[in-house]
Design a protein around this ligand. Structure first.
Ligand SMILES: [Zn+2]
Length: 135
């Protein structure tokens, strides 16, 4: 089971994720973190979806290539989190819902790389990533 714990994020991403949640709630959005860190096996299982396994393609990253797999000093230190807005307690996956753009703007304001931005190479609205410059 992939982690949803903020403590499994890179130390510089933890306070940004907390600020992201706070600012989103202040803006009337209720974000649910669906994933912070995931293991190599979990990443490969996701990669198999839409390829050797049924379903749509959900990732272009194999184990070790995803920001969600990052480790630091032998501990999980994910460089990205995935989030979905809740509407009346239920996840709103439709990317046309305005709450996605509110969350996106807040993430970008915090300096995060939002994969829902129009020029993202592979648009992935739930994905917010620490910039590569942060080591
Ligand atoms: Zn992600």
């Amino acid at each position: 089971m992939a982690s949803r714990a903020l403590s499994d994020l890179h130390p510089q991403l933890q306070p940004l994720a907390e600020a992201f949640l706070r600012r989103s709630r202040d803006a009337g959005v209720e974000p649910l973190i669906t994933c912070t860190w995931r293991s190599a096996d979990e990443q490969n299982a996701l990669y198999a979806k839409g390829r050797s396994q049924p379903g749509p393609i959900v990732t272009h990253a194999r184990a070790g290539q995803s920001a969600h797999n990052a480790m630091r000093y032998g501990n999980p230190a994910a460089r990205a989190f995935d989030v979905v807005p809740l509407i009346a307690g239920k996840p709103m996956w439709d990317a046309d819902h305005p709450h996605w753009q509110i969350m996106g703007a807040i993430g970008v304001e915090l300096g995060l790389n939002w994969y829902g931005r129009p020029d993202a190479p592979f648009r992935e609205f739930p994905h917010f990533e620490l910039p590569r410059e942060v080591l």
